[in-house]
Design a binder for this molecule. Structure first.
Ligand code: C2E
Ligand code: MG
Ligand code: MG
Length: 635
């Protein structure tokens, strides 16, 4: 049985109206039947007794319903049952339209109340059957009076109306129920979606936004900062010393530590800021609405302090700290992903710098590092792709004007940028494995050219530039020995010279001396390049067994006009002689310098005035300008 609960049955007000209506009917029945009873008392006492009985039950129902409006359905059922019995009694014992009329009201009101309920339906069926049966019984004894027929028709029409109404209400009710059900389903789905959304956007352990929501908020914050020209700090946090806690005390303690750390971080930042957990012990804090970059320093300092305070768990005081990397918008004008990545990189630097600190990302140094990295990558590819080439610059015996050797100078035939000089790329490889790879390539390539020239009838000493890092690398001598075996010099042939920058840091003089001695065995000599531009010259000169000094071109170029340079060149020539070394002047750009060097006693010269660096294929055909015939070979 569907109970007409106030909220369920279309609201409280209609129900109250229905109860009032039912009560009105009960009162009407009481008054009507009571009045009829008084009137009929003089005619027949039994009839009047029935009237009073009806009036009494009407009054009782009225009273009861007034006191217990919640039991309205029970009262309606009672009224229907009572009405049906009394109806029978009146119908059989005392046919009187007055009583039947009052019963009619009672009956239809109660049925009306119970409309739409299963019991209401049963009562209706019972009433109709009873009325028809009653009329039938009465009709069998005597002819039906006009009142009988009238009241019966009235009853049937009214009850059929209620019955019909009952049907429409039933479908209304069904629709209402269906809608209710639908609403319930929608509510459940919305609730479910909300839950899914929570799972998708929030970290299950700490309840703070996860990566997805972080990026959502970051994108919004970026848009806002762009519009308002505001400041935004993306801080990447990684706990220091979390893993040992997790390993030692287990994951549940680790989880509690994470929850506590999250709470502390949230406490230190503002309401508008976002604290997100990316997973593990990594968090991102988004500081928004900053007026100046310095403002975030205060927040970060607080985070460092708060996270650094001991965490008490199960009577243990656990300590950890946090390393923070910060990317600031708009000084780092990048998209959300890149900002987070930059903050991550800065965090890594904070760790490297000793943890428990923050480090600000520097876009300029990042750009430098990135282009450096890119260049290294390109060099590596270029080396594999055969883009490097050795050019050779002739060295001249200044007095005899004959070719005394050639210096191998590396060039890069860059597919996009054209021919590149060492200054364009050698700095990038300094002190890297790539520098060694390039050096090995230079040695192998120079040896290859030497072999080909020899086959073509040209014997010449080639000087190659080797960096200090390469020179001091493991395996240098064995690899060089291998190359010497490839070339197979004649006994005593000085076929190769290694030029080392005078400025190069040669740490272990004893080791270098041994190396020079080993090379000498292979017919390989040493030259100190750019001599005079460094400051450790005399140490090297006295301790290293080099055989050549190359005077730095900066002194040579201006020595005719600059007294100081002139003195330096003279000094170096004298030094070379004193140490029994050869001397090569670089930067011989014209005949004047050539002549001056000759007068100063310099033996060898190299420079654009003598010959520009040229591809290996051109060297055999090269002739010194003042020398018409072929050139002599240096032994
Ligand atoms: P370096 O060893 O002192 O080489 C001489 C440099 O001076 C060469 O520059 C050459 O082209 C330039 N030069 C020669 N004569 C003149 C002149 O009369 N006037 C002027 N202004 N310049 C002259 P390059 O080829 O650009 O090489 C520059 C430096 O790069 C070299 O200086 C050397 O230190 C280094 N380098 C060159 N090739 C290699 C290599 O294969 N390996 C290594 N590690 N370094 C190399
Ligand atoms: Mg050189
Ligand atoms: Mg030089």
């Amino acid at each position: 049985m569907t109970s007409p609960e106030p909220t369920d049955n279309g609201g409280e007000q209609p129900l109250r109206n229905k109860i009032a209506f039912l009560n009105g009917i009960f009162l009407l029945v009481a008054v009507l039947a009571g009045g009829l009873g008084f009137y009929r008392w003089w005619i027949s006492h039994p009839l009047a007794a029935i009237d009073f009985l009806i009036a009494g039950s009407g009054a009782l129902l009225w009273l009861y319903l007034r006191r217990h409006p919640g039991r309205v359905e029970l009262v309606a059922n009672l009224a229907l049952g009572l009405g049906l019995i009394l109806f029978f009694a009146v119908f059989l014992l005392a046919p009187s339209q007055g009583s039947r009329l009052s019963l009619f009201f009672l009956h239809s009101a109660a049925a009306f109340f119970l409309k739409g309920t299963r019991t209401g339906l049963w009562w209706l069926a019972a009433s109709i059957v009873a009325i028809i049966a009653g009329n039938f019984v009465q009709g069998a004894e005597s002819a039906l009076s006009g009142i009988d027929i009238g009241t019966t028709v009235l009853y049937l029409v009214a009850l059929a109306g209620v019955f019909y109404y009952h049907g429409t209400l039933k479908s209304d009710e069904a629709r209402r129920l269906r809608e209710e059900d639908l609403r319930r389903q929608i509510r459940a789905r919305l609730e479910h979606e909300k839950q899914l959304e929570r799972l998708a956007h929030y970290d299950a352990l700490t309840g703070v936004p996860n990566r997805i929501l972080l990026f959502d908020r970051l994108a919004q914050a970026l848009a806002r900062a762009k519009r308002d020209q505001g400041l935004l700090a993306v801080c990447y946090l990684d706990l220091d010393g979390f893993k040992p806690i997790n390993d030692r005390f287990g994951h549940s303690v680790g989880d509690r530590v994470l929850v506590e750390v999250t709470r502390r971080i949230r406490e230190t930042v503002r309401e508008d800021d976002t604290v997100a957990r990316l997973g593990g012990d990594e968090f991102v804090v988004l500081l928004v609405g900053l007026e100046a970059a310095e403002e975030c320093v205060g927040s970060l300092q607080r985070v460092l302090e708060r996270v650094g305070e001991p965490i008490a768990i199960d009577g243990q005081a656990l300590s950890l700290s946090v390393s923070i990397g910060v990317a600031l918008y708009p000084s780092d004008e990048e998209d959300a992903e890149t900002l987070v990545r930059h903050a991550d990189q800065a965090m890594y630097l904070a760790k490297l710098a000793g943890k428990n600190r923050f480090h600000l990302f520097d876009p300029a140094s990042d750009r430098r590092a990135r282009s450096h990295h890119q260049l290294l990558q390109e060099i590596r590819q270029g080396l594999a792709g055969g883009e490097f080439e050795l050019y050779f610059q002739p060295k001249l015996d200044l007095a005899a004007r004959r070719l005394a050797g050639a210096e191998a100078l590396i060039r890069w035939n860059h597919p996009r940028r054209g021919l590149l000089l060492p200054a364009d790329f050698m700095r990038a490889v300094e002190n890297t494995d790539l520098e060694i790879e390039l050096g090995e390539w230079v040695i192998a390539t120079a040896v290859g050219h030497l072999r080909r020239w020899r086959e073509a009838g040209l014997r010449i000493q080639v000087a190659i530039n080797i960096s200090a890092y390469h020179l001091q690398s493991a395996g240098f001598v064995p690899k060089l020995t291998e190359q010497a075996r490839r070339y197979a010099p004649q006994p005593g042939e000085r076929w190769l010279q290694i030029e080392v920058l005078e400025t190069a840091a040669l740490d272990d003089i004893a080791r270098i001396s041994a190396l020079i001695a080993a090379c000498r065995e292979l017919g390989i000599g040493f030259a100190l390049d750019d001599f005079g531009s460094g400051y450790s010259s005399l140490t090297y000169l006295s301790q290293l067994d080099v055989d050549t000094l190359k005077i730095d071109q900066s002194f040579v170029r201006d020595m005719q006009s600059d007294k100081g340079d002139h003195a330096v060149v003279l000094g170096i020539i004298a030094l070379a002689r004193a140490f029994e070394m050869h001397c090569v002047a670089e930067g011989v750009e014209d005949e004047g310098i050539h002549q001056a060097l000759l007068q100063m006693g310099c033996e060898l010269g190299q420079g654009n005035g003598i010959g520009l660096p040229m591809p290996a294929t051109e060297l055999p055909g090269w002739r010194p300008s003042a020398l018409a015939g072929g050139f002599d070979l240096i032994s």
